[in-house]
Design a protein around this ligand. Sequence first.
Ligand code: BTN
Length: 308
Amino acid sequence: MKGKILGILAENSGLFQSGEKLSERLGVSRVSVWKHIKKLQQLGYQIDSSANGYQLISSPDALHPWEFPQRESKIHYYQEVNSTMTVAKDLARKECPHFTVVIAEEQLAGRGRLSRTWHSAGGGLYFTIVLRPKIPANLVSRYGFAASLVLARTMRDHFGIDAQVKWPNDILVNEKKLCGMLSEMEAVDEQVSFLNIGIGINVNNDPTHHEPNATSICALLGETVPRKKVLSIFLDAFENEISGESLDHVLAEWKKYAITLGREVTIVSTKDTFRGKAVDIDETGALMVELKDGTLEKVYYGDCFHQP
Ligand code: BTN
């Protein structure tokens, strides 16, 4: 209902809409309209009310489900959670539908790769998407590559940011980290039951307190940007990207934006550390590293450090 009220007020921007007209159009009582408007005002929507009705003056940059009308029923929005990964895993185990999205304004225990903390102060975008791809478990990494590819494209095409991808799924700009991704999956008999992709994007937050070598969209553009615009463009493009028959094309296109290939790298995983030249990725997304003795090592998981 709140989304519908906001939709009508936005359609008629600059004009007052009477409570009577709104209640007629929405098929609810005037008292109900008034209650929703009160709640929206409390949530930061600036709505003027007068004897002529209501007028929308401005909206906060909030990520409430009704801000995404086409996907409202599949968005779970929280002001604060420990980690959207934990909430998404619970929902996935309870059979939530494909492309359910869990969003939090702030995370108290945001998780990064290799058990690191992902600091999640207000102003950033923190969300996890639950996917149910009908594929064998060894191909899931393609979805992470698709997500980083689409995010790099979104930054380039819609925000004029020269984004590149670092293996496996980081987004960097001028070698500084703009976005990180974390995947978790469960499989039964080699078939994926769910794959959760968690994404943290530095938008209007300042990540440099904890990560000196990080950046944000706001720092790059010199102005704040609406997070709902970033999220809604990304979700639409990502859903479209993965809706086709196969993701065979993704790795080839990912390579076009890749900053890792051709570089001297150190790859650290929970078990090993490899040093060498990153020469390619294989069809599963594994990084092929040419070691000093000329042998090729395929690395499936780890954190990648580019040598200067
Ligand atoms: C990394 O680069 O180390 C991965 C960072 C992933 C952060 C996101 S924020 C949303 C989701 N919830 C989490 O706790 N982590 C991921």
